[in-house]
Every structure is written in C-alpha cells, then in structure tokens.
Design a protein around this ligand. Structure first.
Ligand SMILES: *Cc1c(COP(=O)(O)O)cnc(C)c1O
Length: 364
C-alpha cells in the first residue's frame, strides 16, 4: 500500500551526466544515509555501473555494509567517533578521512607494519565542521610525515568540504585548500587525489574540481542547482501510497487532527497511508502536492503519523489507485523539491528521511 520505486538506471544515467560535467579523473558518489534514502547497495552498484570509481559514506558501518555486500571499489568514510572500531575498517580496506592528530594516531596504531592504513587528510578550509584547522596544519602534517615514514599510513587523498555560503566564499576555501596542499608537500606528503567539490561545487565552481568530486544529491536526480535542472538528471525515487479509502462527505467537515482543513462543499476525501513516521514532513500539512491519476492535489489538513487525507472534489479517484507524493516531474509527478518548498526545507531532507516502513521497490 506504500512504496518507493527506486530506479538504479536513473542513478547510472545521472553519474554519466556528472562525469561529463566534472571531467575529473575520478568520481566519488556519496551513498551515506542509506544511499540518500534510496538503498545503499542499490545506489552503490548503480553508481559504479554509471562509471563512478569511488564510493563515499559518512559512518564506518555504512562502508562496512557495502563491503559485506561484496562491493570491492575504493570506499572513503569520513565520520567516526572514539567508540568506532577502526581495525575492522582497516581490515576491510576502507579509506579513512582523518580530521585530527588524535584520529591520525588511532589509525596509525591499528595498521600492521608495512601494511599502511589508507587515509585522506581532511582540512577545514572554512566550513567550521570536520577537518584540521589551518592553525594546526604544521603539527598535523609533521605527524603525518612521521606515520608515513614508519609505513603506518599511506596518504591517498587530501580534501575539504565547502560551505556553499556563496561562490566567493567557496572560491576562498579553494585558495585555502591549495595553500594546505602546498604546505603538505613541504612535509613530503603528496596525495594522489585532491577532492573538494560536492554536488553544488561540481556544478557551479568548476575550478575546484581537482582530481575527484564527491557527489551525492545530484546523482539521485535531485537538481540542486540551475545547471542541474538543465542537465537532464533523472530522479531515482518515486514515493507513492495507494488510495486505501474514499468517502463522500458534506461541506463544512473538519479533516484530520486540529481540524486545520474544512471541506468547502460536498466532496470526496481520499485517504493515503503515508505519514510523518514514513518521512512525509508534517510541515507539509495542507501544502504538500499529491498526484493521483495525473491530476495534482494538495494534502488536506495535517499529515499525521501514518496517514494523510486529500480532498479530491468530484475527480474520479477510486480506492486502489496510487497517489504520488514525489517522483519524476517528466512523468507528471510532483518533485522532492516541490515537497521541500511546501515544507520549508530542502530536497535532501525529503529523500533522506524517507522512513524504513516504506518498501524500496527496485525498478528496471
Ligand atoms: C554529504 C557529503 C557530500 C555530498 O554532498 P552533496 O551535496 O549531496 O553532493 C560530499 N562530501 C562530504 C564530506 C559530505 O559530507
């Protein structure tokens, strides 16, 4: 009665488009957060099929899950805490993004002699989040140099993440990154892969592409820039729920919790079994679009935990039909971005928060 149709072919297609835009020797597709809600393994395989040669995750467990599924490509994971088992990531050949001297020391300590751990140095060039602050670069690079000499680490990459505050702010981060790379060289650290841009940077700051880009949203067909809207990306997720009940009601009828919607005339209400427990934003109450039979409606009243109602007037909506909340506008569906706008958020949040209760149905 509810499903998310996932199209791996759309992801593969999008990756091909992205490769043509980025023109970098390497392409990393980010499959964190269950492949942005699409299913991590499905997304990973589709990305590799489309020509990606790297995968990226936030957590180590997400990376290990891909290895357990038999995926052998390079995988970079950049978010871990003091309780995480780095040894297992090392044994499974996961590249680790290292953001501090303490992390470096932990990684170096688990590596066997002459089997260095593969790492990417993460620099904070202005996002103010993960990564080594410029004031600590010298001490950090010096420690990396030691660990490299002792064959405990092999520095595969060096990277940073952009704030997207403005094109100028991103360009400034790019310059800061270049000076960080130059500083690393002074310590004999010459990583093969420099990577900076994610979806938005890949689209709008081509000068920051370097050797690899790390793309998430755009690979799933979420067009996060004007350029992507022109590029023919295909949304890989379509979320729909079956109309499980229709009923005629009279004018003046309150609908849903709080009676925030009232029917204006005699009308038909359609009940859809999708709610905020499934990741449908409650902020989309009386605002989020719903397409049934190619006709566009709007949620009527509150989105509740498991269900939402749609006033369909006198349209010939019947039980068993499918109501699409977001999917591919080229097929007449509302988009994840439409839902984001209706809910005061971004399309990233719409796709990644899709709940576990919605079965992912992989379509050819
Ligand atoms: C999530 C993430 C990305 C991907 O960002 P998109 O905007 O989805 O392309 C890239 N790099 C890092 C470090 C991330 O955390």
């Amino acid at each position: 009665m509810r499903e998310a149709r996932i199209r791996p072919a759309a992801i593969s297609h999008n990756v091909e488009v992205l490769k043509a835009i980025a023109k970098t020797p390497h392409m990393l597709i980010v499959v964190k957060a269950n492949g942005y809600g699409h299913g991590a393994e499905t997304a990973a395989r589709a990305a590799l099929e489309g020509g990606a040669d790297w995968l990226g995750t936030a957590d180590l467990d997400e990376a290990l899950e891909l290895r357990a599924a038999g995926i052998t490509s390079p995988i970079l994971a950049w978010l871990f805490g003091p309780q995480d088992d780095l040894a297992e990531a090392y044994e499974q050949g996961i590249d680790l993004g290292v953001s501090s001297r303490a992390q470096l020391e932990r990684v170096a300590a688990i590596a066997a002699k002459n089997a260095p751990a593969r790492i990417h140095l993460k620099l904070d060039t202005g996002l103010g989040r993960n990564g080594v602050d410029p004031s600590e670069w010298d001490a950090f690079f010096s420690a990396v140099q030691q660990a490299q000499k002792a064959a405990r680490v092999q520095v595969i990459g060096i990277f940073t993440h952009l704030s997207g505050a403005s094109l100028e702010a991103d360009a400034e981060q790019g310059r800061e990154f270049d000076s960080g790379v130059a500083r690393a060289h002074e310590y004999g650290i010459v990583p093969e892969i420099r990577h900076v841009a994610s979806s938005i940077g890949t689209s709008d700051s081509p000068a920051l592409a370097h050797d690899m880009v790390r793309v998430g949203a755009a690979a799933y067909g979420v067009p996060v820039t004007a350029r992507y809207r022109e590029a023919g990306l295909i949304p890989a997720m379509r979320v729909s729920g079956q109309v499980i009940l229709t009923k005629r009601v009279t004018a003046g009828r309150g609908v849903g919790y709080g009676h925030t919607y009232r029917t204006e005339r005699d009308t038909t209400l359609a009940l859809i079994p999708l709610g905020y427990a499934d990741g449908i934003p409650r902020h989309g109450s009386s605002a989020g679009p719903v397409a049934i039979n190619g006709e566009k409606f709007v949620v009527s009243g509150r989105v509740s935990m498991d269900q939402l109602s749609v006033d369909v007037g006198d349209s010939p909506v019947t039980e068993g039909q499918w109501a699409v909340l977001w999917g591919d506008p080229a097929e007449g569906d509302p988009s994840a971005n439409d839902w984001a706008e209706a809910s005061g958020t971004i399309a990233y949040e719409i796709v990644t928060r899709l709940g576990a209760r919605v079965p992912r149905v992989v379509a050819p």
